[in-house]
Ligand binder design. Structure first.
Ligand SMILES: [Zn+2]
Length: 146
């Protein structure tokens, strides 16, 4: 749309020009969601910059399970943020960040349960040790599974 001279403000925070980089995750709303969803899977606070996020997600992981969780969290967060953005634009409905985080968390858990990842003893521990509503975290590996 920008190529046609049209701009769209951010439907989450009102930033005058909505861009991919703003939506993922420079926007205060989406960054709040991202922080909550990703927990400490990066080992420290996630960076709001898109390119940095991609670099960190695609970097060679030292821990395979945390890399799986991180990529899954990333994919689900991208999807839900886009759906929420479109709902705000076309249906004029809004969800607070906390509700979006719960939906993302539930989807991640359901996805793990529905795949062979669940057969991994360590991922099984995550599901057992991390009750719904508690952020997925590699700490659960360290606290309960090692
Ligand atoms: Zn925004």
């Amino acid at each position: 749309m920008r190529n046609w001279g049209l701009t769209q403000p951010c439907l989450f925070c009102g930033e005058p020009v909505e861009t991919r980089d703003h939506l993922y995750f420079a926007c205060p709303y989406t960054y709040t969601v991202w922080i909550e969803v990703v927990g400490n899977l990066f080992g420290d606070a996630p960076d709001p910059d898109w390119e940095t996020t991609l670099e960190r997600i695609t970097a060679r992981a030292t821990n395979l399970l945390s890399a799986i969780l991180l990529r899954l969290a990333f994919q689900v967060a991208i999807y839900y943020i886009w759906i929420e953005r479109n709902n705000r634009r076309h249906n004029h409905t809004t969800k607070p960040a906390s509700q979006l985080c719960r939906e993302i968390d539930k989807t991640i858990r359901n996805r793990i349960f529905s795949t062979k990842y669940y057969e991994s003893q360590k991922l099984y521990c995550i599901m057992q040790c991390s009750p719904p509503g508690v952020r997925l975290s590699i700490d659960y590996f360290r606290l309960y599974c090692y």
